[in-house]
Design a protein around this ligand. Structure first.
Ligand code: FES
Length: 155
């Protein structure tokens, strides 16, 4: 009886819990900067991109709106402000378009529907109602390197 139930349920369980795609692996993604990490300017943002060889993505640590912890981002920004460093995903919390850094206004601006974010990631102007998502990171082994939590996509 038990064997019959297990045999009957197995295809359903495999459907709902498929194996991860072949070659996909979580781990720190190395990002190399143009200059040493300690020389990044205070009060500005530096764009980072997930490597494409192998094809990779960063994993959001938190989120709100269209962003949620565990979702993927293909780029982000390192922000140094008052000596404090944060790394944000580039995805707008409204519907996920990529924000860009406005050097003059010191804000992140979304081209899709006009949302803007303060340099600390909080909302400056809607329709976005939630801040930018954080990425989990640490300094790398080289002075111009950092490691961001991410996923090698395996394709
Ligand atoms: S996706 Fe950014 S404002 Fe709509």
């Amino acid at each position: 009886m038990t064997a019959t139930v297990v045999t009957g349920l197995l295809p359903i369980l495999v459907y709902f819990w498929p194996a991860p795609p072949k070659g996909q692996s979580k781990g720190p993604i190395k990002v190399t900067l143009d200059k040493p990490f300690d020389q990044l300017e205070d009060g500005t943002a530096t764009k980072i991109l997930a490597p494409t060889s192998p094809n990779s993505a960063f994993i959001m640590a938190d989120g709100g709106g269209d962003n949620q912890a565990g979702e993927l981002a293909f780029g982000g920004y390192i922000v140094k402000q008052g000596g404090d460093v944060k790394v944000f995903a580039q995805n707008c919390s409204h519907l996920g378009c990529s924000v860009s850094f406005n050097q003059d206004a010191k804000s992140f601006d979304c081209p899709c529907h006009g949302s803007r974010f303060h340099i600390d990631g909080t909302v400056l102007h809607g329709p976005a109602a939630y801040p930018l998502a954080h990425l989990t990171w640490k300094k790398g082994q080289q002075p111009n390197e950092l490691e961001v939590d991410g996923l090698v996509l395996g394709f």
